[in-house]
Design a protein around this ligand. Structure first.
Ligand code: ATP
Ligand code: MG
Length: 429
């Protein structure tokens, strides 16, 4: 075949199908936009696993009516002006691609209202990014993006997701995503609905400790421990810190970790065969970092004396100081879920040592009553501050430990069988 230029529509579909390759990918992009717009409340509603309809509603700053048509044009963004801005970008978005891609693979509507508008405006877009209709109605400040008939024009992908187990798998990813953003954005309220049923919720709270407990479950207050340390990439030195006395430094990397305590039941309670309950963040971005997962798995399994390694329930947040940003690349993949960090290998080596030392220190505590030094023990009302409605319901009874163990065992048994079983983590349908 001779070389010839592809028609524009084909180019668009090829590119868009990479940026928005799944329901979870679409939800991720829309949540990121809401967070970038300063939202403190984000509601995600899916119908038929998001394939019939997916909608993200926020209370962010909204978009001026005159700007809305530009929102969905390819390569239009309010977040960077040139490539060099990428190094210091603090927003989740920067490519100006997400809405354009979504508009190419679904039917798209955007309703928005800024503080200066008297009414909200709803824009309906055609596949070629053109505005097909504009309506005005009463509404709150913020933005609602609604995508229906996802992948209607990508028959192969649509067929791929006809399989029920794939749809459920996709739903698991959406859940994990919303949980991830909930942990790393403590002050933001999140709720996730599927077919009008609330399957996840988190109310605003003060800090990552509280948001982690709200998402992972109340038993973490006693069963898990948290550490902060700083890593200096120039010397590869690690220093454990307490956050109250920490003065942030642009040259350092700050690491927060919440990991299971060394206890006799740690493997049953906090060990998992997959990484569904391992949450990793780099500069507040939920990422997949195999290196982090490996370190956690190895330290946890060694501490628990496991022959076959397991992944712990864990939260790891890595904050890269501004002068180290040159070595951080968030633009590695179209979905921005992988990053590269120059000093990652050194950082992971030190994290491995740090964690293993901590677990060794925990050896002599094994026979003692489990008092721990988790800050929540000072805060008896923390559950009221943070927990989600079903977390409260499921875990505020006097048999909390037994309830949680039962849940974990049920989860192990039903893993890969059922997404919506009552034993699945903290979520019930
Ligand atoms: N929920 C929202 N509230 C306010 N403004 C929004 C919202 N969603 C999108 N925008 C505006 O529309 C623009 C385009 O959004 P889009 O997601 O396509 O690109 P981006 O976020 O700039 O970059 P990326 O493609 O990396 O996500 C944004 O830069 C922002 O100005
Ligand atoms: Mg975006």
């Amino acid at each position: 075949m001779s070389i010839s230029e592809l028609p524009q529509g084909t180019v668009t579909l090829l590119k868009s199908g990479q940026v928005i390759s799944s329901v979870s990918g679409a939800v991720k992009e829309l949540i990121e936009n809401s967070l970038d717009a300063g939202a403190t409340s984000i509601e995600i509603r899916l119908e038929d696993f998001g394939f019939t309809k997916l909608e993200v509603k926020d209370n962010g700053h909204g978009v001026d009516k005159t700007q809305v048509p530009s929102m969905v044009q390819p390569h239009t963004t309010s977040k960077i002006r040139e490539f060099s801005d990428l190094v210091m970008v603090d927003s989740y978005g920067f490519r100006g691609e997400a809405l354009a891609a979504l508009c190419s693979v679904a039917k798209l509507k955007i309703r928005t209202k800024t503080g200066n508008d008297l009414v909200a405006s709803t824009f309906t877009f055609g596949p070629d990014y053109t505005v097909q209709n504009i309506e005005s109605q009463a509404g709150q400040n913020g933005t609602i993006v609604t995508a229906t008939e996802l992948f209607y024009n990508l028959p192969v992908r649509k067929n791929f997701y006809k399989d029920h187990s794939r749809r459920k798998e996709e739903m698991r990813k959406v859940e994990k995503l919303v949980q991830s953003f909930s942990i790393i954005n403590p002050s933001v309220r999140f709720s996730l609905f599927h077919n009008k049923v609330n399957i996840f919720g988190k109310i605003p709270c003060d800090n990552i400790s509280k948001s982690s407990v709200a998402v992972l479950g109340h038993s973490c207050k006693t069963g898990m421990v948290e550490y902060y340390f700083v890593f200096d990439p120039s010397t590869c030195e690690v220093e454990e810190i307490s956050l109250e006395n920490y003065e942030s430094s642009n040259d350092q990397i700050l690491v927060y970790m919440m990991v299971p305590k060394k206890t006799l039941g740690m493997s049953t309670e906090y060990g998992r065969t997959n990484t569904e309950k391992t949450f990793t963040f780099v500069n507040k971005r939920p990422v997949e970092l195999k290196q982090v997962e490996k370190v956690l798995r190895s330290a946890f399994s060694e501490a628990a004396g496991l022959e076959v390694e397991k992944n712990p329930v864990a939260v790891v947040s890595i904050i890269v100081g501004r002068s180290q940003r040159q070595s951080l690349d968030a633009n590695l993949e179209p979905n921005k879920q992988k990053i590269s960090l120059g000093c990652l290998n050194d950082l992971m080596e030190k994290t491995d040592q740090f964690l293993k030392n901590k677990y060794k220190e925990g050896d002599d505590k094994l026979k003692e009553p489990d008092t721990g030094h988790f800050e929540y023990e000072k805060d008896n009302n923390a559950q009221n501050d943070t927990a989600t409605n079903y977390v409260k319901d499921a875990e505020s009874n006097s048999n909390e430990e037994i309830t949680n163990k039962m849940k974990d065992i049920t989860e192990e048994l039903q893993e890969s069988k059922s997404l919506f079983s009552p034993g699945k983590g903290t979520n019930f349908l």
